[in-house]
Write a protein that binds this ligand. Structure first.
Ligand SMILES: NC(=O)c1ccc[n+]([C@@H]2O[C@H](COP(=O)([O-])OP(=O)(O)OC[C@H]3O[C@@H](n4cnc5c(N)ncnc54)[C@H](O)[C@@H]3O)[C@@H](O)[C@H]2O)c1
Length: 343
């Protein structure tokens, strides 16, 4: 029996008689065995929560047929439509931009979506268009009370919460020397305090069944640009909070990930785009690594972010937590030097 193989080692731990008498457990294997035991004990809570979650939703355990993979014959199995069927998802900042596109795709894929925003009229219009699978929630992400009321309303309306997308955000561009404290704090409130309050508020509703939290950070949380001292601080912080939350909430079967887009809704950057330029078109030109990006409609770049968010909400990413997912067409991959070979 190969004691380096974790599965066999675990089996050996359960049934010591399987061990060949000559195979003495060396120190490393004994340590591994002890770790297996600890992991089995500590993981049982999250696993039980996940099993209850699946049972409550009347779902089968995630199989290749439901999440895409290979059949017994080795043929590719198509990912099912409705990959987030019946999941209840709160999306903040969903009245427009990335949040709106996320809400639209979630609905297309079978979810029930709480469109949460401070833009009431626009959010209500969207919900009217999306139909009975959507509801509007007037939510100010900076307010603890607003979150408490909002989560209670969502649970009243839909019975549970399976996922939270912390997408609401503000942008500010100014040199460090000129940035006012008030602007810095305004961004902290929405971009950093907002996701903190949101994650904390949904845990009680999510912890018995497990779930997924997706925090929308930015490439500006992965690398730096001058002029973004306030914005970048919040987006870097959000990636850190994502990891802490993933480490703490995994025991409930709650996954927490960050999406780091380069693009987004054109309205966010509009005040900083020179007169006469279409803010939507400026997105396509920042993508130089993949020339076809410049040909694609700008809305598709926003939908690429939304598709990644939906992927992380879905059970297709059950192995993913505590990580960053750039959607940046290679922006943060490195420096493309036109004078080097391979350019
Ligand atoms: N636009 C970009 O180029 C870009 C790039 C990378 C990352 N992002 C990130 O993507 C996310 C979505 O931004 P977007 O591009 O769709 O911009 P957007 O300005 O179109 O959307 C942001 C939404 O957040 C809402 N919001 C603002 N303050 C709020 C509050 N206190 N409570 C609730 N909702 C509030 C707004 O009303 C708006 O609907 C943000 O977190 C942003 O930082 C955007």
């Amino acid at each position: 029996m190969g004691l380096q193989d974790p599965v066999l080692l675990r089996e050996a731990y359960r049934q010591p008689s399987l061990l060949h008498p000559d195979e003495k457990l060396d120190r490393r294997s004994r340590l591994f065995t002890a770790i297996v035991k600890v992991v089995e004990c500590s993981g049982s809570r999250g696993h039980a929560a996940y099993a209850r979650h699946r049972a409550a939703r009347g779902a089968r355990s995630p199989s290749m047929a439901s999440v895409g993979g290979q059949s017994e014959k080795g043929e590719a199995v198509r990912t099912t439509e409705g990959r987030v069927e019946d999941k209840v998802v709160i999306v903040t900042g969903a009245a427009r931009g990335t949040g709106e596109q996320t809400a639209r795709i979630l609905i297309d894929e079978g979810a029930r979506v709480v469109v949460a925003d401070v833009l009431e009229e626009r959010g209500q219009e969207l919900v009217a268009e999306l139909g009975e699978q959507a509801s509007f929630l007037l939510l100010d992400v900076t307010s603890e009370e607003s979150w408490a009321e909002g989560v209670a309303q969502a649970v009243d309306r839909w019975g549970r919460i399976d996922a939270l997308v912390n997408n609401a955000g503000l942008f500010h561009m100014e040199a460090l020397e000129e940035t006012e404290l008030a602007d810095f704090e305004r961004l902290l409130g929405v971009n950093q305090v907002g996701p903190f309050l949101g994650m904390r508020a949904v845990v009680p509703a999510m912890k018995s069944n497990g779930g997924s939290i997706v925090n929308v950070s930015s490439v500006d949380g992965l690398s730096a640009k001058n002029g973004l001292v306030a914005y970048a601080s919040t987006k870097w912080a959000l990636r850190g909070m994502t990891r802490v939350a993933a480490l703490e909430l995994g025991k409930y079967g709650i996954r927490v990930n960050a999406v780091c887009p380069e693009a987004g809704g054109p309205e966010m950057r509009a005040p900083y785009v020179p007169d006469g330029f279409d803010p939507a078109l400026t997105l396509a030109f920042t993508h130089k690594l993949l020339p076809y990006q410049q040909e694609r409609p700008p809305i598709e770049l926003v939908r690429d972010i939304a598709r990644m968010v939906v992927f992380l909400v879905s059970d297709e990413t059950l192995s993913c937590t505590g990580a960053d997912y750039p959607v940046d067409a290679g922006w943060t991959a490195g420096r493309h030097l036109s004078f080097n070979p391979g350019a």
